[in-house]
Design a protein around this ligand. Structure first.
Ligand SMILES: Cc1cc2nc3c(=O)[nH]c(=O)nc-3n(C[C@H](O)[C@H](O)[C@H](O)COP(=O)(O)OP(=O)(O)OC[C@H]3O[C@@H](n4cnc5c(N)ncnc54)[C@H](O)[C@@H]3O)c2cc1C
Length: 233
């Protein structure tokens, strides 16, 4: 379907939030965690499509938000970042299987979300859903290099104040800031999981972080019924 760019928000030096609206018709309702596929119909490269997780918190059939990092060495994101409000592009309906397990047993358990960078995108809606449906604790372990890279920081800080079940744990690998943990995500989620027998664990981001996290979780004795991955390449 054809969509128009309604708004562009500079979320960090390398990340923009794109608010898209259908030119006609509506977006199908998305399941928390799903993505859409954008297309550049007019260029000469063989692969004209890229997938982007939906970063909207809730369903709105007239609007959908994406949160995209510029990859200077890539081809699609430099084009996307050159677009302006009012431009039109091709966008699929929501799709994808990286969604919450909502069976009775899963909703009783603590939930742990692990992300780096734009891997946070699907977790906005997933965390909103799970906080509504589960009585147990919800942890978000979110790694970035610098404080300015932490996407949706104010939103998650407010959510942790408003909802006592929600624990927001940002981590910085290249900068020291008071009250923010230093290092990589692994040390932080290991501390949480050491005190928990069973959990539902969702991991999203680039290949290397996903691969390392999978190995760590396996080594801790967790299995594929307990953890779920969305890898960005
Ligand atoms: C399910 C899913 C959800 C995703 N969600 C998001 C999201 O929410 N936000 C987000 O930012 N990303 C997301 N991604 C990643 C996104 O789809 C793109 O891969 C990303 O935006 C990079 O696109 P690009 O065209 O700029 O880079 P690409 O052109 O795909 O390039 C990727 C890399 O390939 C190499 N390369 C490309 N072209 C050349 C060339 N001509 N010569 C040599 N090397 C080259 C470069 O090293 C480059 O760094 C998601 C991916 C998936 C699969």
């Amino acid at each position: 379907m054809k969509v128009k760019i309604l708004q562009i928000i500079n979320e960090s030096p390398r990340v923009k939030r794109f608010i898209l609206a259908p030119l006609s018709g509506e977006f199908d309702a998305f399941l928390a965690g799903q993505f859409v596929v954008l297309e550049n119909e007019n260029w000469e490269y063989p692969n004209k499509n890229r997938s982007y997780s939906i970063s909207s918190v809730i369903n709105n059939p007239r609007e959908l938000e994406l949160c995209v990092a510029l990859n200077e060495k890539g081809v699609f994101t430099p084009w996307l970042f050159s677009l302006i409000v009012g431009d039109v592009l091709e966008c699929s309906q929501p799709q994808g299987k990286f969604i919450l397990k909502e069976d009775e047993q899963s909703l009783k358990l603590p939930h742990l979300f692990i992300a780096t960078g734009t891997g946070i995108a699907p977790f906005l809606s997933m965390i909103n859903e799970v906080l509504k449906k589960s009585q147990n604790k919800v942890y978000l372990v979110y790694g970035n290099r610098f404080e300015q890279d932490i996407l949706y920081k104010t939103y998650f800080e407010m959510l942790s104040v408003e909802n006592e079940k929600f624990n927001f744990l940002p981590i910085l690998s290249r900068e020291y800031k008071p009250n923010i943990a230093e290092g990589y995500v692994h040390a932080s989620y290991k501390i949480i999981l050491e005190s928990i027998e069973d959990a539902r664990i969702y991991v999203c981001g680039w290949k290397e972080m996903c691969a390392d996290t999978r190995n760590e979780l396996k080594a801790m004795g967790f299995n594929r019924r307990q953890y779920f991955f969305e890898q960005y390449d």
